[in-house]
Ligand binder design. Structure first.
Ligand code: HEC
Length: 144
């Protein structure tokens, strides 16, 4: 019993110490004219609520994004997401890159891969309804 208690205390201590291990969360400067402009405010709203946490410079971190070791996993998603597609850097993309990203968006949304499941599970407002999914798809397909 004693040993179990010691191990439990040891693990607790590790968990507490882990909290000091935080990833960097770079604050990126956003230049207004680089941001994508949607001709539909509804589509803009859907993208902002369902995609911006990982595909823009403005990530809204919930409290658990600061809890180790979750924090590293979440920040990894944010950085990888931004790298692949950042709607606030959209106008810096070449026409070719834009076309490729539009194609990818249609593909990912059609296959239900985006927003990431681990994200929409906890962000119920980011879960796309059938209607929202259709609106997004119609919008981006028209740009293809
Ligand atoms: C929780 C973070 C997160 C959210 C929210 C999210 N994404 Fe992503 N997205 C990622 C990550 C990480 C990648 C790169 C890895 C991958 O493809 O799975 C990615 C990749 C992509 C890609 C692929 C880009 C390429 O060129 O291959 C597209 C397109 C995309 N996301 C669109 C969206 C759209 C549209 C939404 C909203 C409906 C969204 N994502 C929401 C994290 C996210």
């Amino acid at each position: 019993m004693k040993i179990v208690k010691k191990i439990a205390l040891g693990l607790l201590l590790v968990l507490v110490l882990l909290q000091f291990w935080q990833p960097e969360r770079p604050q990126l400067e956003t230049i207004a004219e680089n941001e994508i402009v949607f001709t539909s405010t509804e589509v803009a709203g859907i993208v902002q609520k369902a995609c911006y946490d990982c595909h823009s410079n403005q990530t809204d971190y919930p409290f658990y994004a600061y809890v180790s070791p979750l924090n590293h996993w979440i920040q990894e998603h944010v950085e990888h997401g931004r790298e692949e597609l950042n709607f606030q850097e959209w106008n810096t993309f070449s026409d070719k890159r834009k076309a490729k990203k539009i194609h990818e968006i249609v593909e990912e949304v059609e296959e239900g891969k985006m927003p990431l499941e681990s994200y929409s599970l906890v962000h119920s407002d980011a879960q796309l309804s059938d209607e929202e999914r259709k609106m997004l798809l119609d919008y981006f397909k028209a740009l293809e």
